[in-house]
Design a protein around this ligand. Structure first.
Ligand SMILES: Nc1ncnc2c1ncn2[C@@H]1O[C@H](COP(=O)(O)OP(=O)(O)O)[C@@H](O)[C@H]1O
Ligand SMILES: [Mg+2]
Length: 264
């Protein structure tokens, strides 16, 4: 294999991860190109959030390597990792806003903690990001006053605040009604095009996956069993992919085996 600096924004090479006896990833390889929106699909418990945590360097793989641009995340020292992580925005599954801080203060937090910008500069950036997600009017509100869809938008603004090269979205439409969920998907597309950012979106919702993805990957039993452009992916001959796309009860995916890798 070629070991020179990869040209990809993100690359996972034969990544393995187990928690104790439990194998979650058994050789995941994936590459994400600039401005791509890679959707990683998979059943609940298949290891999607785990992949995002590995890319962020919050988790260390049992084996294999993970690259972000020229950096091998898995080999970085703590301080360098923290610095590199500022170029990666993360949108958590349930927004994860701090309930004790206003919208403005939630978004300002990374700037306050990681930069030496003045209050005036921070306010300007907060306004700009809130404007991008259409939420400027909520600036002085508390998260508890906002709907799920509004909190999601605020969490997008927070992920954008450091002008990242890469944004990771964990189940961005989880818990939202279908209409709001489509609006949020549209926002993912417009933000990523406007900011020329690359993204990885993990989801188990097919409609959402095909709305936002420019490339699709399916995680099943610890590995990527299919990857490709949406049209090609839809025509996959893999019976697991076909069953997942159709939501059929007939096929190789069985109820009760949604834990990463069923006992063999
Ligand atoms: N810190 C952890 N310790 C032990 N097991 C974990 C931990 N994090 C995740 N898991 C297990 O790994 C599997 C994959 O989890 P996760 O990545 O959260 O799945 P998904 O996001 O696809 O629903 C699950 O079986 C989960 O219980
Ligand atoms: Mg998850």
């Amino acid at each position: 294999m070629n070991n020179s600096t990869p040209p990809h924004v993100v690359e996972l090479r034969d990544v393995r991860l187990q928690f104790g006896e439990k194998k979650v990833l058994e050789g995941v390889s994936l590459a994400v190109e600039p401005q791509e929106r890679l959707v990683v699909m998979g059943q609940s418990g298949s290891g999607k959030s785990t992949i995002l945590r590995l890319v962020l360097g919050i988790l260390q793989p049992t084996a294999g390597s993970i690259f972000f641009q020229q950096y091998e995340i898995t080999r970085l020292k703590r301080r360098k990792l923290q610095q590199v992580r500022t170029q990666i925005g993360m949108v958590y599954q349930y927004s994860a806003l701090l309930s004790s801080r206003s919208v403005r203060d939630n978004i300002a937090l990374p700037l306050e903690e990681l930069t030496t910008k003045t209050r005036a500069e921070i306010d300007r950036i907060v306004d700009e990001k809130l404007e991008m997600v259409g939420m400027l009017a909520t600036k002085h509100q508390m998260p508890s006053e906002l709907s799920g869809g509004m909190k999601k938008r605020i969490s997008f603004a927070r992920a954008l605040v450091m002008d990242p090269e890469l944004i990771l979205f964990d189940e961005p439409s989880a818990g939202l009604d279908p209409v709001i969920s489509s609006v949020i998907d549209e926002l993912i597309i417009s933000l990523s095009e406007q900011s020329k950012v690359t993204s990885i979106i993990v989801t188990h919702e097919m409609d959402s996956a095909f709305r936002v993805g420019t490339k699709m990957a399916m995680l099943y039993r610890g590995s990527i069993i299919e990857v490709g452009e949406p049209e090609k992916f839809k025509q996959s001959k893999n019976p697991v992919v076909a069953q997942f796309l159709s939501g059929s009860t007939e096929g190789p995916i069985l109820e009760g085996t949604n834990d990463a890798i069923a006992t063999k």
